[in-house]
Design a protein around this ligand. Structure first.
Ligand SMILES: NC(=O)c1ccc[n+]([C@@H]2O[C@H](COP(=O)([O-])OP(=O)(O)OC[C@H]3O[C@@H](n4cnc5c(N)ncnc54)[C@H](O)[C@@H]3O)[C@@H](O)[C@H]2O)c1
Length: 363
């Protein structure tokens, strides 16, 4: 039986800045979607070859959209997403879903109440190396996971902070803007985090928000983790440099973002180098280690994310990253911030329950 291909999903873009423009390029390259309109108070109508509107409300009123991608400043995420869900369109919401855990719970409640179709833009989860790493970890190929080490450090240009002032105000910072992706991936790969400790600093940039953070994690599985993130330090170590995801960043083949050590083998990600003792030698530290690379079919995570979003918008797939899932990652960011302020170890489940109870009491 042959069927005609479904019509492309009509997509609106909310926020056409650094990230929004990249989404627009991905929509233009996709077969399943068509860019129908842009909403951005600063948009130049001549630039986009489609109608532009100064607000999301005006775009939703004027256009028949199936879906929107939201890449406006973080502080607007929840209200914009709820507005779009109420209009009945599917939403791909950039990370972080909100600027606080309490706000993110409002979004989770709205998604449930409105039966909304909402995917969160933790795009790295769509990378084929991550799917392969997850199956290696979950399938026991490393043995019992003992520890994980992650790093994201890159030196952002001064204009990043002066041209978009929200980048240097509370509601931004390297933990919420960048390390949120790493925390999300570490949860995806290694499971939920039970406890977190953190130290934050703004020694280099001197802004209200931190430029560098160091976190220690205890996973529910018992594995331990450490994660360093900085937007002030030059480095080749981080997801953006270790993948060809974006032409905006240099690509250094074979660089590493995460190292995961287990009782049988170690794995670096995203190059998927796996280190293990040969079966013929004793499995201890005196034996030579072999290195093999786990194979996977290469594909960029943004195009894969967009294809998945088309399925979510059509109602044929459940979101790989739901609002509830992303909200748990945000709880970790907030727990890290509390740990850094107080110097205490934060119990993540207790912190999340207290924050939710406080949010409910505030209405
Ligand atoms: N997934 C990723 O890897 C990734 C990378 C960078 C940024 N982001 C996320 O994308 C979002 C945007 O970040 P950015 O770096 O592109 O910021 P940006 O400042 O470059 O762009 C934001 C855009 O939103 C527009 N805007 C402001 N108010 C608006 C409103 N009320 N309605 C519609 N548009 C409005 C601004 O005019 C601007 O063009 C943030 O949430 C950020 O965390 C994600």
């Amino acid at each position: 039986m042959t069927g005609s291909a479904p019509s492309p999903v009509r997509m609106g873009m909310v926020g056409a800045g650094f990230m929004g423009r990249q989404h627009i390029d991905f929509i233009r390259a996709a077969r399943g979607a068509v860019l129908t309109a842009v909403a951005d108070p600063a948009a130049n109508p001549a630039e986009f070859e489609c109608p532009t509107y100064p607000s999301t409300a005006q775009m939703l009123d004027a256009e028949q959209l199936d879906a929107v991608i939201i890449a406006n400043p973080n502080a607007l995420h929840v209200e914009t997403a709820v507005e779009c869900l109420q209009a009945g369109v599917a939403v791909l919401l950039e990370k972080p879903v909100a600027t606080s855990y309490a706000q993110s719970r409002r979004l989770v409640e709205a998604v449930e109440r409105l039966y909304g179709r909402l995917l969160v833009g933790h795009h790295r989860r769509h990378h084929p190396a991550i799917a392969r790493a997850r199956s290696a970890i979950r399938g026991g190929e490393l043995g019992q996971v003992v520890a994980v080490n992650g790093m994201w450090s890159a030196r952002k240009e001064p204009e990043y902070f002066t041209e978009a002032p929200w980048h240097s105000e509370p509601g931004a910072g390297v933990t919420l803007i960048n390390a949120v992706h790493d925390l999300d991936l570490l949860r995806h790969l290694c499971g939920e985090v039970a406890e977190i400790q953190a130290i934050q600093g703004s020694n280099v940039r001197g802004l209200d928000v931190e430029d560098t953070v160091s976190m220690s994690l205890r996973f529910e599985s018992g594995a331990l983790g450490s994660l360093i993130a900085s937007d002030a330090g030059v480095s080749p170590w981080g997801w953006d440099q270790a993948t060809e995801e974006s032409l905006a960043f240099p690509f250094l083949p074979d660089e590493v973002a995460y190292r995961i050590v287990g009782t049988r083998a170690a794995l670096s990600v995203p190059n998927l180098a796996m280190y293990a003792y040969a079966p013929s030698v004793p499995a201890d530290w005196h034996s030579p280690l072999s290195r093999t690379y786990l194979p996977y079919a290469p594909r960029g995570s943004f195009p894969a994310q967009l294809d998945h979003f088309v399925e979510v918008a059509r109602g044929t797939a459940a979101p790989l990253v739901s609002a509830d899932d992303a909200s748990r990652t945000l709880a970790l960011v907030e727990a890290a911030s509390l740990a850094a302020r107080t110097g205490r170890t934060v119990d993540v489940a207790r912190f999340s329950a207290d924050a939710q109870a406080e949010a409910e009491a505030d209405g």
